[in-house]
Write a protein that binds this ligand. Structure first.
Ligand code: AVJ
Length: 331
């Protein structure tokens, strides 16, 4: 019999419009102005992000792939995972390396990709099932801030949720969370993991500011376009009137908090109508709208954050150049 392929919708139908409206109203009326980075990723934004991952300045994706290429067998052996649960799986490109290793180790039975983007998720999962025809795939359309794909519901008793489970959160997306949000996230992970489950976490590392800033302000201007794309999202979804050319792309390194901030800086005084919110937003010349925090980490910091949530750091792997790390942690 063919392996099962199911898709569970855990987001209410009005999730996106409600969340965007709430985020935009709160962020555009606060001081300083800000928007959460999740709104970058409409179809165009996802395409631009894929382009970013191929830029010579943007090393995290390649560094993470290098670690997975060299360490997947070790990860498979250390976890013994039967189920791979992946948060923010997106195009699932690097997932194959983990699935290959778990299949070679003979433990792999199920894959649970969790992502807010249904099209990306179901396409990628369907392609994976072609390579792994006996893999049970149980996709979840969900927001990782609310669902971890680890629910212990009565109707989740099939192969796909069989332990040990490996919860993978790759790409450095944890860096989009501020410290208190990270603490809440790790606490929820710790509560959901069973004793033999593990967490595989990808984190970009602190390094010289010039390298970091270049990764978020590339010479070809792709990151600038990605940043400004959030204005196109507001224009389309909230009937707003942002002129992307009226803003410049800014990437700054906050040495104290050890994170990169992306911002959009108004080139002149302007007032922008957001008709869908019945709101007029004024910017003074030079005023900035913060669009992303991308935190960078150190081994000791990650170890301490995990420990505070009751998780133990068991392995720490970096690329040869020491730019990026994968952590394996467990209860
Ligand atoms: C997908 C959140 C990991 O923070 O590096 C890339 C997004 N922003 N260039 C990151 C991003 C600007 C990326 N993450």
């Amino acid at each position: 019999a063919a392996a099962p392929f199911t898709v569970d919708h855990l987001l209410p139908d009005d999730f996106f419009s409600n969340a965007l409206r709430a985020d935009a109203r709160a962020g555009l009326t606060s001081v300083p102005k800000s928007l959460p980075p999740r709104w970058f990723y409409d179809a165009r934004g996802s395409e631009l992000f894929e382009e970013i991952t191929r830029l010579k300045e943007y090393y995290p994706t390649r560094a993470e792939r290098e670690i997975l290429e060299t360490r997947s067998a070790e990860i498979a052996a250390a976890t013994g995972a039967r189920t791979l649960v992946e948060l923010g799986s997106g195009s699932s490109e690097k997932t194959r390396l983990l699935l290959d290793a778990l299949a070679a180790a003979g433990t792999l039975a199920g894959y649970v990709p969790v992502d807010v983007s249904e099209s990306a998720l179901t396409q990628a999962a369907a392609r994976l099932q072609e390579t792994f025809p006996r893999l049970a795939v149980h996709a979840q359309i969900a927001d990782f801030q609310e669902h971890l794909g680890l629910a212990d519901d009565a109707d989740n008793t099939d192969d796909a949720t069989e332990g040990p489970r490996l919860l993978a959160f790759l790409g450095g997306t944890i860096g989009n969370l501020e410290p208190t949000e990270r603490a809440a996230f790790f606490t929820r992970v710790a509560a959901a993991l069973r004793p033999d489950d593990t967490l595989l976490l990808g984190t970009d590392l602190v390094k010289d500011p010039a390298t970091l800033i270049a990764a978020y302000d590339d010479a070809a201007g792709v990151t600038a376009e990605f940043n400004k794309n959030v204005l196109a999202v507001l224009n389309r979804e909230l009937d707003a009137a942002f002129d992307p050319d009226a803003f410049s792309h800014v990437a700054v390194w906050d040495a104290e908090r050890e994170w990169i901030e992306m911002r959009l800086r108004a080139r002149e005084d302007l007032t922008v109508k957001v008709r869908g919110l019945d709101l007029a937003v004024s910017f003074a010349r030079g005023e900035e709208l913060r669009t992303e925090v991308s935190a960078k980490f150190r081994r000791e910091g990650i170890r301490a954050e995990l420990e505070r949530a009751g998780l133990e750091l068991r392995h720490w792997w970096t690329d040869a150049a020491g730019r990026y790390a994968l952590s394996l942690a467990g209860p």
